[in-house]
Design a protein around this ligand. Sequence first.
Ligand code: IPE
Ligand code: IPE
Ligand code: MG
Ligand code: MG
Length: 357
Amino acid sequence: MPSYNPTSSLLWQCPFIWPIRAGPFVCRPRVTSTSAPIASYRTLSATDMAEVDQVIHRRLASKVALVNQISHYIVSAGGKRVRPMLLLLIARALGHGGTQHHELAAVVEFIHTATLLHDDVVDESNLRRGRQTANAMFGNAASVLVGDFLYSRAFQMMVSTNRLRVMDVLAEATNVIAEGEVLQLMNMHDPDISVDDYLRVIEYKTAKLFEASARLGAVITDAAPEVEEACASYGRALGTAFQLIDDLLDYEGSTAELGKNIGDDLREGKPTLPLLVAMQRGTAAQREMIRQAVINGEVERMAQIVEIVKETGALEATREAAQAQAEQAKACLALLPESVYRQALLELSFDSIHRSS
Ligand code: IPE
Ligand code: IPE
Ligand code: MG
Ligand code: MG
């Protein structure tokens, strides 16, 4: 099985980030936008995803009106549903024929939605999925509490699968996600964090749920341990790539397409990879400007800082890091039997880095 370590792999595959340590890095084939395949995995999984949607709506029900109101508010705004898709495609690629994958796909989407409700409170964000965030609409307290409702509903649902291994994977994932958000809080306004510190945060807060989703797709097919590990590694690398692109889009994306405010990371003083690279490569004056922006959060000199981030090639470096992760993800699929579903998983890794929303 191709071994995967997000931290060390990035160090070796991103000469732009580590010009000093860039030793014998491997020249890998790059995914290029000119060869973009049609996202047929959406068509392939449409029936399964419709089932998942039904489970989601059925399981949102609560006797408490405000719980219904807020949970429907965020869920009905949509979302890409990448994590349930990942779980479904892996399960299908490994020959799953039952219905358990629908319930579990809804579980991972609930956990994801709960993290968003909490994250928007912590990040003080006011736009999500093209509409006002739940915290902006209903307040912080209600958002956090409904996030808790979604987490606990997800746990009720996973218990109903009656598989200890499923509970083990999801209990571990939710715990690590919470650690990731706290780690990120500790890194806020700190311009001196290392690339490794940053990577640890994204591995915990984002890649872990992708990993769990992919792993569960394998667990419910009773896959061999090495196949389960390959799927988990695929999910982890995909999740890392996904967050790297999210951090990139915060600088060069469009609010209209993303449905989120761009520039929030800088405004908040969140030291993501584009800023870390720009500080490494910029002049002393540029570095100082970014340092102050991270320490204080920046609104006034935002345009200048975005310019430095672009001029130093920090966005390209972030994209390269994401591409390296997507390549790692693809390599992990070698252990899966050839099928339309495996092909779909290849497309999913391509789409996760060539996206604008
Ligand atoms: C947003 O996730 C949080 C990150 C991990 C970047 P998505 O981009 O999957 O959000 P939705 O579900 O599509 O809105
Ligand atoms: C991802 O980080 C948050 C979670 C994994 C919950 P971000 O804070 O960058 O996500 P967005 O940009 O708000 O969606
Ligand atoms: Mg956020
Ligand atoms: Mg973001």
